[in-house]
Design a protein around this ligand. Structure first.
Ligand code: AMP
Ligand code: MG
Length: 535
């Protein structure tokens, strides 16, 4: 039975993380090391004038919540100005490898978990405020978040959910009325920006780095307790924890991470900062910072200026980075099993095979191919990325337009090169007739031949492809336009994007402009083409 929806201020929170794990006995809210504990109790720091800017009706409904008014008790809770009696707010301790180097203790420096709410089907969801003020893990930073990065997290995490990509969710976006000073490109141009708080939601926010910090300090009992907590609450199908159970658990983490990365690689999402503290133990996309969406297909692309030197986290690197990060997690979990080589290492192969199989299956579906032609399909799929790159084809538009032209490509009298040129003219960023078109034109004629071997009717193939090739993604420049408008007090584009991205596969012709190729001015614009970790 679903309970009747109620206001957030009437919701009852539970607090399993706080109740079942080791809490820091000091409540002193000063930056410090917290050896020996999983978390620190800390209250959010109130803000000047909270106002609800956006609310996820879907996430709210899952939590049994009615949409709150712009100001009032719920918004006070969502801003951290009020703490409900049933909440036990805390910041989690974790560490991580940043850009390949061990960084020691990081932790929730500006995120504060409020507790868990019950969802449908017996699920529990943790609700966390991002930007809610300093914690013992804030190091030298202020614990706050700016509106621009909060808009980006709110819109993108919800859009990813509706695309079917595993992700943390967002419940609300609240402006604080306080200014937050940021130097957006670390170039000596610090300026005050409007502050905001996002309430984000996930079954758990535990990260790879949550385990790494415990191994780094030799806290093996804490390590086992955290593993048991995660298994008990989030992997109950694995049964009671045991050495063999930990191995099965790590295999499942590897499998989920592989599926996650395969999603990213087939929608064109670049996370931007795949440090081990930004890897969810549940295989969710977590910590939306300087992420971006591929427009011209380019494996070397990242929007993150902090990563321009090494491009460690560029689009094409993500599958490899997933494996590297899992290898670090395996090292952290090693004390839990009898023989790490035997018990944990095989799961890394599971990552590779699951990634390859999932990527392959998702790409076949995007191309409308269902029947079994393994050898031909392998060659066809392998040739596509380089052809897309040479043609400077827009990742999203290419697959969407390809879906639309399938019946024409399959017509008996089809002149594939002609169709191919038209397709390219609609999706490429290169000048028409450029030399880079040739590989994609060749690929398209091979594809048309292969498509003829499909048993389904052209219209059915087209419909199947349209259902897995989105028309709408959160293009980098659209997010930036929504931010600039919101900073000027106009929330209309933010709300329009939020709504349109709930149905990324639907035509919504009145919003065609939001599915257009990136305009030339946006190719180099800061905030659209380039982002930093400053948020
Ligand atoms: P990120 O790069 O966003 O994953 O953050 C890395 C670490 O820095 C995490 O421990 C964050 O909690 C912390 N952090 C980022 N921004 C802030 C901030 N404004 N105040 C305090 N801690 C922060
Ligand atoms: Mg992070």
């Amino acid at each position: 039975m679903t309970p009747t929806p109620h206001a957030l201020e009437d919701a009852l929170f539970t607090n399993s993380f706080v109740a079942e794990l080791a809490g820091d006995p000091s409540w002193e809210n000063e930056p410090r090391q917290v050896p020996g504990y999983h978390y620190s109790r800390v209250a959010p720091t109130p803000v000047a004038n909270p106002r609800l800017l956006a609310w996820s009706a879907e996430m709210g409904a899952e939590l049994g919540l009615t949409p709150p008014p712009e100001q009032g008790a719920a918004t006070e809770l969502l801003a951290g100005n009020r703490v409900a009696d049933s909440m036990r707010p805390y910041a989690a301790r974790y560490g991580g490898h940043q850009f390949g180097n061990w960084a020691g203790q990081l932790g929730d420096g500006r995120a504060i978990s409020l507790g868990e709410l019950a969802g449908t089907a017996g699920r529990r969801w943790e609700v966390q405020l991002k930007g809610a003020g300093p914690t013992p893990y804030s190091r030298r930073a202020d614990g706050r978040a700016v509106l621009r990065s909060s808009v980006r997290e709110f819109l993108c995490s919800e859009a990813m959910h509706h695309l079917g990509v595993p992700t943390t969710r967002a419940l609300s976006l609240v402006s604080t009325g306080d200014a937050v000073v940021r130097d957006m490109f670390y170039d000596g141009h610090a300026r005050p920006e409007p502050g905001a708080v996002v309430a984000r939601v996930a079954p758990s926010f535990v990260r790879f780095g949550s385990f790494q910090i415990l191994l780094a300090h030799g806290e093996i009992d804490n390590l086992r307790a955290l593993a048991d907590y995660v298994i008990r609450h989030h992997y109950p199908e694995l049964g009671a924890p045991s050495p063999a159970g930990y191995a099965r658990w790590f295999t499942e983490i590897c499998r989920r991470t592989a599926v996650l990365v395969a999603h990213w690689q087939t929608v064109g999402f670049v996370h931007g900062v795949l440090n081990t503290d930004n890897m969810s133990i549940l295989g969710l996309t977590i910590d939306y910072g300087p992420y971006g969406w591929l427009e011209p297909y380019d494996p070397a692309w990242t929007p993150n200026t902090t990563d321009f030197g090494g491009r460690r986290y560029a689009f094409g690197q993500q599958p490899r980075v997933g494996l590297w990060n899992l290898t670090q997690l395996a090292q952290a979990l090693a004390p839990l099993v009898a023989d790490p080589n035997q018990d944990l290492r095989p799961a890394l192969d599971t990552y590779i095979s699951t990634y390859q199989a999932t990527y392959h299956a998702r790409l076949l579906a995007k191309l409308g191919l269902t029947s079994q032609h393994p050898e031909a399909d392998h060659a066809l799929l392998a040739a596509l990325p380089a052809a897309l790159e040479a043609a400077e084809a827009d990742m999203t538009l290419f697959f969407r337009r390809l879906s639309e032209v399938v019946p024409a490509l399959l017509a008996p009298e089809a002149e594939v090169t002609g169709w191919g040129r038209e397709l390219l003219a609609a999706v490429s960023y290169a000048a028409p007739g450029s030399a880079g078109e040739a590989p994609l034109l060749t690929w398209l004629s091979q594809y048309a031949d292969r498509l003829r071997a499909e048993p389904a009717a052209p219209e059915a193939i087209r419909a199947g492809m349209l259902a897995c090739n989105p028309k709408y993604v959160l293009r980098n420049y659209l997010a930036q336009q929504a931010i600039e408008a919101a900073e000027a007090g106009d929330l209309s584009l933010l709300h329009t994007l939020h709504e349109v991205l709930k149905k990324p596969f639907a035509e919504q012709p009145e919003h065609d402009a939001l599915a257009a190729r990136r305009p030339a001015w946006a190719a180099t614009k800061p905030g659209s083409a380039t982002l930093s970790c400053s948020s």
